[in-house]
Structures are given as C-alpha cells and as structure tokens.
Design a protein around this ligand. Structure first.
Ligand code: NDP
Length: 360
C-alpha cells in the first residue's frame, strides 16, 4: 500500500478550490491508487465556507480520503484530523493557519489570491498578491516537506511564483512552477474543435511566456494523429477553411482571450477547467509526460530560447521521474520570436513592479 501524499490547496473555499479538491480526492492528480491528505487553507473570512467544503468532502465518501473522520466538531479550530489506516494515513486538514496548512506538504497548489476588482490598478493587485506570496513562501520554507513541489495558480501567476521562489530559498528553484496548462489545454481544444479531431490526438502546442494576454500560443510544432499517421497542424489546416494565416491571428487571439470569453458567458471566471488543468500539470510533472509529447509549464528560465534568466516563463517541457526539462532545439520563426520576446518583456516589467511593491 502506498503511503499518503500531503497536498496543500490554498484558497480552497474559492471557486477553483471548490472544483479542485474533489478532483484530487478522486485521483485525477496522482492516480486512483494514491492516498492523499488534503491540506485546505483559506483566510478567516472564508472559514465557514471552508468548513462547508470539508463537510461536502465527507459526504462524497471518497475512498482516497478514507481516513477522514465523520465527527466534524470544529474542524477549523481543531485543525487536523488524521486517522491511521494500516500503513496509509489519509484525511483532510481544513484550517486558516498557514503554518499548520503547510506542515509536511509534498505538493502545494497555490490558488488563493486577492482578486482584481473594479477600479483596482494593476499595481494594487500586484502589491496585495506579492505580500501574500511572500508570507506563504516563508511558511512553506519553514514547514513543507523537503523537495515539496509548488504550483502557483493565483494571478499574477508567474510573478507570484517568482516571489515565492525568492522567499523560500530552501525549496529548489526547479520545484517552483506556475500554471499555463489551462492555456495549453485551451489551444488543444481549439484545434480539436476546428479540425474536428479527437482532442487526445492533438499534441505539442506550446504556450510561451506569461499567463496573461501577452502569452504566445504557438501551433508551429503541433501535430494531429490521423489514420495516415502523425501530421503537422499547419498541413491539415490547408485542407480546411481555417487557413494557415488564421493560426497566427484568430487562433492566438481566441486562446489569449478565452478567459475573458468565459467570464462574459458564465459571469464568473473559469474554475472547472482551471482545476482540471492544475491536476494535469501536477500529474504529468510527477508521473511523467507520454513519450513524444510535451506540455507547457511556467518554470524558472535558464536562458533557453534566449529568454532572460531570472523570470518564470512558460516553456514546452517534458517530465520524467518527477523532473521537468525544457524541450530544446525547436525552430523559431520571426513571428514567434517577436511574440516570445514581447511576453518576456512584460514579465521583466512585472518583476520590477513586484519588487517595487515589496519595498513598499
Ligand atoms: P478563484 O478560485 O476563481 O481564482 C483563484 C485565483 O486563481 C485568482 O487569483 C485567479 O485570478 C487565478 N486564476 C489563475 N488562472 C485562472 C484561470 N484560468 N481562470 C480563473 N482564475 C484563474 O477565486 P475566488 O475568489 O473564488 O477564490 C479565491 C480564494 O482565495 C478565496 O477562497 C479567498 O478566500 C482566498 N483568498 C486568499 C487570500 C490569502 O491567501 N491571503 C487573499 C484573498 C483571497 P483572477 O483573479 O485574475 O481571475
């Protein structure tokens, strides 16, 4: 029997958190046989809502959380409920105490963050969030398990991850990442819809750069598995009304603005797809990417593709044995170069804004 993995979800009572925790408990993140101990953190004003999420997890009777006690009492002040089950320890911690939430976690999914509300300047959102990420970095630094893997979802995701890296120096920089997998999956979804092919047959799109509207969704290397073998997307679109030039305009804009389109339709931001892509990100990182496929992850730049080191930038990566590596040697045309540099420029500006916010 495998021992349990402790997974922290911050902002667990929020929209994405509410969609994410049952997915984790059902095995979408680490597989159907891996027991997990969910550490759910939220802020004090969300304590009652967090308690409700825990009640629903109990009611759903997820087998991977089978150590969870039925006696709720005051789960928020009591904090932790762990039950030994053979050599499995599985359960739920629901708390508003950041130190307790971070204790011994192996994986941290950082969803909690201050939302951008009407009238707020970019600098104000940045300022709120960098302070949150500085404090949470210190808690992870002190309390998380060695080699804890971190995924930052909350916006501005790349810059929050960078701040977390700076203030949690004992966590290896390779372990701190941010989510661009939703954008990656959106690109796969658009190709599947447009070419009327199964989404599972499409692979190797790339999201370069920032998880913002400057991101560059790149299909130059994407392929589709057809009955005649693997074909580049660029070859297939010639046979479709969706002409090649659209890949460089309409497709890019559709993926970049998909989040806004969902807010318009749902009157709420995307949550289900964000949660699902967070599971995809961690699953591929921990269990590996399939042979011949890559995924997009926001990682600390090592200078690959001429991207300045010192920023968290989304690259194509393959994963093996719990480690990601940037895919090397892809041919970059002039159009792509320009887009990749523009999103890098935005991240460099965000970095200096984040540091100026920290200085006060
Ligand atoms: P959501 O669960 O909808 O979103 C959480 C974060 O994920 C936001 O920063 C959001 O950015 C970001 N995000 C990143 N990618 C996406 C995406 N593709 N689609 C949607 N969101 C994305 O927000 P809620 O307000 O429902 O929940 C936030 C939780 O965080 C609450 O439970 C709240 O109590 C908690 N919180 C924690 C704080 C702390 O830890 N100190 C401070 C404030 C809140 P964006 O805002 O740009 O959509």
């Amino acid at each position: 029997v495998q021992s349990a993995v402790r997974i922290l979800v911050t902002g667990a009572a929020g929209q994405i958190g509410y969609a994410l925790v049952p997915m984790i408990a059902k095995g979408a993140m680490l597989g159907p046989d891996q027991p997990v101990i969910l550490h759910m953190l939220d802020i004090k004003p969300a304590a009652e809502a967090l308690k409700g999420v825990k009640m629903e997890l109990i009611d759903a009777a997820f087998p991977l959380l089978k150590g969870m006690p039925l006696n709720l009492q005051d789960c928020l002040t009591m904090g932790r409920f762990l039950t030994s089950y053979g050599c499995i320890i599985a359960g739920v911690v629901a708390t508003t105490d950041v130190a307790e939430a971070c204790k011994d976690v192996n994986i941290a999914v950082m969803v909690g963050g201050f939302p951008r509300t009407e009238g707020m300047e970019r600098k104000d959102v940045m300022s709120k969030n960098v302070s949150i990420y500085k404090a949470q970095a210190s808690a992870l630094e002190q309390h998380a398990a060695p080699n804890c893997k971190v995924l930052v979802v909350a916006n501005p995701a790349n810059s929050n991850a960078l701040i977390l890296k700076e203030f949690a120096p004992s966590i290896p920089e390779k372990n701190i990442t941010c989510l661009t997998r939703l954008d990656h999956n959106r690109a796969l979804g658009q190709i599947s819809e447009r070419l009327n092919v199964h989404v599972g047959d499409v692979k190797n799109v790339i999201i370069w750069g920032n998880h913002s509207s400057t991101q560059y969704p790149d299909v130059n290397h994407a392929t589709v598995m057809t009955s005649a073998g693997e074909k580049p997307v660029s070859e297939l679109v010639h046979d479709d009304q969706w002409q090649l030039h659209l890949l460089n305009s309409e497709f890019v804009a559709t993926v970049q603005q998909r989040g806004a389109a969902i807010i318009k339709a749902r009157k709420l931001s995307s949550a289900l797809s964000a949660a699902s892509s967070a599971c995809d990100h961690i699953r591929d990182w921990v269990l590996g990417t399939p042979q011949g496929s890559w995924v997009s992850m926001g990682v600390y730049s090592d200078g690959s593709y001429g991207i300045q080191p010192g920023i968290i930038y989304s690259f194509p990566v393959t994963c093996q044995k719990g480690e990601w590596s940037i895919v090397q040697g892809l041919k970059i045309d002039e159009f792509s170069r320009e887009k990749m540099d523009a999103t890098a420029k935005e991240l460099i500006e965000e970095k200096s804004l984040a540091y100026s916010c920290l200085k006060g």
